[in-house]
Design a protein around this ligand. Structure first.
Ligand SMILES: [Zn+2]
Ligand SMILES: [Zn+2]
Length: 134
């Protein structure tokens, strides 16, 4: 047996009359026809305009270096191949520089400086990167 005592359509009475307006329907039909015309026009525009300006300056999605759009594809491939993202600070660094990056954050002098200067974020980055000040 299904429990049908909960009626979801309670109070749905008296407001049932929607007046169809023939005028409005005609408006919509006209709008649709005009929209179709617009589509045709815009596809013509796309043929004329090249996809992307080769001189446009764009940031590399990996290292965020800015360069012309014409160079970005080649750069990005190289960039992903040669660089790595630091798991700790999510900074993109060249694979060659990874050691340098860690050395920087494990440098106790820099850590001391950060502590002295009250740079909380810097200090925690030092520890996150494996600085050991014992
Ligand atoms: Zn890059
Ligand atoms: Zn890092």
């Amino acid at each position: 047996m299904m429990n049908t005592s909960m009626s979801s359509s309670r109070g749905f009475g008296g407001l049932g009359s929607t007046k169809p307006s023939s005028h409005k329907v005609r408006d919509i039909e006209q709008e649709l026809r005009e929209a179709e015309k617009d589509d045709e026009l815009s596809s013509d525009d796309e043929q004329k305009a090249p996809a992307g300006d080769p001189n446009e300056i764009k940031p590399c999605p990996n290292c965020h270096d800015k360069m012309p759009a014409s160079e970005i594809a080649a750069h990005t491939v190289q960039c992903y191949r040669n660089s790595t993202k630091c798991k700790v600070c999510s900074k993109v660094i060249l694979k060659d520089k990874k050691k340098e990056h860690l050395m920087h954050w494990r440098n106790l002098e820099l850590l001391k400086q950060a502590i002295i200067n009250d740079q909380c974020e810097q200090v925690s980055l030092h520890f996150d990167h494996g600085a050991d000040c014992n």
